[in-house]
Design a binder for this molecule. Structure first.
Ligand SMILES: Nc1nc2c(c(=O)[nH]1)N[C@H]1C(S)=C(S)[C@@H](COP(=O)(O)OP(=O)(O)OC[C@H]3O[C@@H](n4cnc5c(N)ncnc54)[C@H](O)[C@@H]3O)O[C@H]1N2
Ligand code: MOO
Length: 408
């Protein structure tokens, strides 16, 4: 009897890091407008202070704060108006105690002023006299030089995935281009005599291809470029030939199906046949995803993912995506929310167990409901928001317990 020699998920991840530690990715410079979702290649330092002049955050009157102390609607302070600041222009105005100066939102503060009173809390008595009807403290309604970003501060770290707010900050710093990691090239090879493409009619026993599509889009979501897709029969020679062709153009190859122990499960043999060192993991103590295969050929990663659609996608998220993040120097953790479990969940003995869940807001609490089904049912994932994890040594999870729901 041949049994899978499984390793823990933690060990599988550590092995991946160790085996691919020499795989380094080059960087490329691209316009910031094309950089959304790309990964920062090196720490980016601010070339300037932001703001680089003291500016008002409101429309109002720049004052010396202590001139307003004790001011209220019934007992206003009278201040002498000493001009107006023009938007987008430097000002030479300098105020003295007893004076104020009109400043628009974003306008430069006149010299000596240290706070701004919002225009709603003032009244213009005549062209020269302003009633101040509230007290302000120094720095109120003011953004000081370097308060947002100080020159030379690291604003974006290597490995950071760029979001719209990051692109805005880059523009605000004067960058029009940014160096990002080149995209990892991934190809996907689905195997199975029964698999037909989505547009084809299925005959009895056949099934439409889901994994090519779910895995390709998961790869795109992780910031990779999908360079090739194909579906092949469960035939060792055909699989070997296509694997060799894909190796030429990819950093990572995902083979879907044929990972288990059936007579037609030839993924492991195909990987071992085409190069060294070949398969170094076959079997991970995880549910779903136990028959997962991991190999290395010419410093490229080849994953044999279980054919069951949920298993393939879960293993992508928890294992393949781990390697993708390591290669991109992305140290961010998977986001999660906390919720209260609504039922007991039994564990899978000896395996780390990933249970698909949905959530509902009830009486101001986040309630967590497991989605039942078998790993062949992709609707388990479409109905879920994420998963809860039961560790190998945990007996299960208990109704009412607070759990972490990892989002995907
Ligand atoms: N004797 C054993 N049998 C099985 C074991 C085991 O340890 N011993 N493990 C089971 C587990 S767990 C899983 S998961 C599956 C993995 O199977 P394979 O990776 O060999 O995948 P296939 O047999 O080729 O397919 C399984 C299932 O998934 C469907 N499939 C495959 N590819 C696609 C695709 N591209 N799109 C949609 N659906 C796909 C396929 O039709 C099968 O129904 O093995 C268990 N068996
Ligand atoms: O481990 Mo299989 O991947 O349960 O479905």
């Amino acid at each position: 009897m041949e049994l899978l020699n499984t390793v823990t998920m933690e060990k599988a991840r550590n092995r991946l890091e160790e085996v691919f530690k020499d795989l380094t990715l080059a960087g490329e410079e691209i316009p910031i407008l094309q950089a959304l979702g790309r990964i920062v290649y090196e720490d980016i330092k601010a070339p300037i202070n932001v703001p680089d002049f003291n500016r008002s955050t409101v429309d109002g009157y720049a004052v010396i704060a202590k001139d307003t102390f004790g001011a209220s609607e019934s007992l206003p302070s009278f201040l002498q108006k000493s001009g107006e600041v023009e938007m987008g222009k430097p000002t030479e105005i300098s105020i003295q105690s007893g004076e104020c100066c009109y400043v628009p939102t974003g306008g430069m503060l006149p010299k000596n002023s240290d706070a701004v009173v919002m225009v709603e809390y003032t009244e213009e008595m005549d062209d020269d006299t302003i009633f101040i009807q509230t007290a302000v403290a120094p720095k109120d309604n003011v953004l000081e030089v370097g308060e947002d970003i100080t020159k030379e501060q690291v604003i974006l770290k290597k490995g950071h995935k760029l979001r719209p707010q990051d692109i805005g900050v880059l523009a605000g710093m004067g960058f029009t281009k940014i160096k990002v990691f080149r995209k990892l090239k991934i190809s996907i090879l689905s195997t199975g005599d029964e698999i037909v493409s989505p547009e084809e009619e299925t005959k009895p026993g056949q099934i439409k291809d889901m994994n090519t599509y779910s895995l390709a889009t998961a790869a795109i979501q992780s910031g990779c470029e999908v360079v090739a897709l194909d579906v092949v029969k469960d035939d060792l020679q055909v699989l070997e030939d296509q694997l060799k062709a894909f190796l030429e153009i990819s950093d990572i190859i995902l083979v879907s199906g044929g990972s288990s122990m059936g007579t037609k499960d030839v993924t492991k043999d195909a990987i071992n046949a085409i190069g060294e060192p070949g398969v170094f993991i076959h079997g991970i103590a995880v549910k779903p995803g136990k028959p997962t295969i991991v190999g290395k050929i010419n410093n490229k990663a080849v994953f044999g993912l279980p054919g069951q659609p949920v298993s393939a996608l879960v293993v992508y998220q928890i294992l393949v995506n781990h390697l993708v993040k390591v290669l991109y120097s992305d140290e961010s953790s998977i986001p999660y929310l906390l919720g209260e479990l609504t039922v007991n969940i039994a564990s899978a003995p000896g395996r780390e167990h990933y249970v698909m869940v949905k959530i509902a807001q009830e009486k101001q609490k986040t309630k967590v409901y497991p989605i039942h089904g078998k790993s062949g049912m992709l609707t388990m994932m479409t109905n879920s928001i994420g998963y809860v994890k039961i560790d190998t040594n945990q007996e299960g999870l208990t109704k009412g317990q607070e759990v972490e729901v990892y989002l995907f």
